[in-house]
Ligand binder design. Structure first.
Ligand code: FAD
Length: 314
C-alpha cells in the first residue's frame, strides 16, 4: 500500500473514479465485475460516496458505502477512498465511522459535511462542518489517514461569498486536508480561476477537478439543479437539438469532457482528473482512452508533453 497523497503530489497525471454504492445485491455483483475492468485502466484510486439515509456504515448490508469500499480495497485490490459525511452525526458516531474505516484497512477519506436534510422528528441536532471532522481525524489518528476535502469552483451555494468559501477551504487544508477534489463544473475557465484564487489565498495542495461527463440530457439537468449549478447557455444550445438522442448526447458529453480535461492537464491547472462515473462505464473509459490516461495505452505519447511518464502505480 502506497499513500495516495504521495502519488497525487508526484507530478504524474492520473485518474480517479467516483462511484455510488449499488442499490441491490445484483447491482453489487455487476459493480464488482465492472470495477475489475476499470482496474485494468490503472486508476490511482476509486472512491465511494456516502448517503445519509442509506445506512452507509452498516457492514451487515452488502450495499452500504463501507461494505462496498471494503470490497473495492480487499477484493478488487484497488486503492480506495471512502467519503464520510459528518453533519448529522454526533462526534462519537463519526469517530465510530472512522474507527471502522481503519479496521477495514481503508486509509483514505474524503471528509465532508454532507447536505443538511431537515429531520422529520424536529430540528437537526448536529451540524458539524467538514473542518470539524478533519480536525478530529488529525487529533485521533495523526497522519494515519490520507484526507481529502471538497472544493467548489463557483463557491458553495450556502457560502456567505465565493471569497469566504475559499477562506474556509484554506481552513480545511490547514487542519490537515492533503488535496482537494472539486465539485463538477462545465467550463475550464471556472476551474482555472478557482485554482488561481486558491493559490493566491495560500492553498498549496493539489486541486483535482471533478469532471462529470454529460451522459444524458435529463440527468445532467437534474444533477446541475441539485448541485445549485447553472448549465451554460452554449452547452444547452448544443444539447437542445439532440436532447432526444441519447447516443448523440453521450458523444457530445465525451467530446466536452475530453476538451476540458485536455486543456486543464496541458496548461498545468490540473494535476489529474477525477471522474464522476455515475456508475456507468462507457463514457469514462472512452474519455480516458482518448486522453491517453488509460493504462493499456502508451501514455508517453500524450499530446501535452513528455513529463507524463510511467503510471505511478506501475
Ligand atoms: P463544508 O466544507 O463543511 O462547508 C459547508 C458550508 O459551510 C459551505 O457553504 C462553507 O462555505 C460554509 N462554511 C465553512 N466554514 C464556515 C465558517 N467558519 N463560517 C461560516 N460558514 C462556513 N455529499 C454526500 O452526502 N455524500 C457524498 O459522498 C458526497 N460527496 C461529495 C464529493 C465531492 C467531491 C463534493 C464536491 C461534494 C460531495 N458531496 C457529498 C456534497 C457535499 O456534502 C455538500 O456539497 C455539502 O453541502 C457541503 O459539504 P462540504 O464538506 O463541502 O462542506
Amino acid at each position: 500500500h502506497q499513500r495516495i497523497e504521495k502519488r497525487v503530489k508526484s507530478g504524474t497525471p492520473f485518474f480517479s473514479l467516483e462511484f455510488f454504492p449499488p442499490k441491490t445485491g445484483n447491482g453489487v455483483a455487476n459493480f464488482i465485475t465492472r470495477l475489475d475492468r476499470y482496474r485494468d485502466g490503472g486508476p490511482l484510486f476509486v472512491d465511494i460516496t456516502w448517503h445519509l439515509g442509506s445506512d452507509p456504515a452498516n457492514l451487515n448490508k452488502e450495499t452500504s458505502s463501507s461494505s462496498i469500499a471494503a470490497a473495492c480495497l480487499n477484493y478488487c485490490r484497488v486503492d480506495t477512498m471512502l467519503h464520510i459525511t459528518g453533519a448529522q452525526y454526533s462526534k462519537r458516531q463519526t469517530l465510530g465511522h472512522l474507527e471502522q474505516t481503519k479496521a477495514l484497512g481503508i486509509r483514505n477519506i474524503l471528509a465532508l459535511r454532507g447536505d443538511l436534510h431537515p429531520s422529520e422528528d424536529g430540528p437537526v441536532v448536529y451540524q458539524y462542518r467538514a473542518l470539524d471532522m478533519i480536525r478530529w481525524i488529525r487529533e485521533e489518528y495523526g497522519d494515519y489517514f490520507t484526507v481529502a476535502a471538497s472544493g467548489y469552483p463557483l463557491g458553495h451555494p450556502e457560502a456567505p461569498s465565493y471569497a469566504a468559501d475559499i477562506r474556509y477551504l484554506k481552513d480545511k487544508v490547514d487542519a490537515g486536508a492533503q488535496f482537494v477534489i472539486t465539485q463538477l463544473f462545465f467550463e475550464p475557465e471556472v476551474f482555472e480561476q478557482f485554482v488561481r484564487d486558491c493559490r493566491e489565498a495560500g492553498i498549496t495542495v493539489p486541486i483535482i477537478p471533478g469532471i462529470m461527463p454529460i451522459q444524458s440530457y435529463e440527468s445532467i439537468r437534474r444533477i446541475a439543479s441539485l448541485s445549485g449549478l447553472t448549465i451554460p447557455d452554449a452547452i444547452l444550445k448544443a444539447l437542445e437539438p439532440i436532447k432526444e438522442n441519447d447516443e448523440a448526447v453521450r458523444s457530445y458529453g465525451i467530446h466536452h469532457a475530453v476538451e476540458m480535461c485536455r486543456r486543464l492537464l496541458s496548461n498545468g491547472s490540473a494535476p489529474s482528473i477525477h471522474l464522476y462515473t455515475m456508475n456507468r462505464e462507457g463514457s469514462c473509459r472512452e474519455i480516458l482512452q482518448t486522453l491517453g490516461l488509460w493504462q493499456q495505452q502508451n501514455i508517453r505519447t500524450l499530446p501535452w508533453g513528455s513529463h507524463c511518464g510511467q503510471h505511478p502505480l506501475r
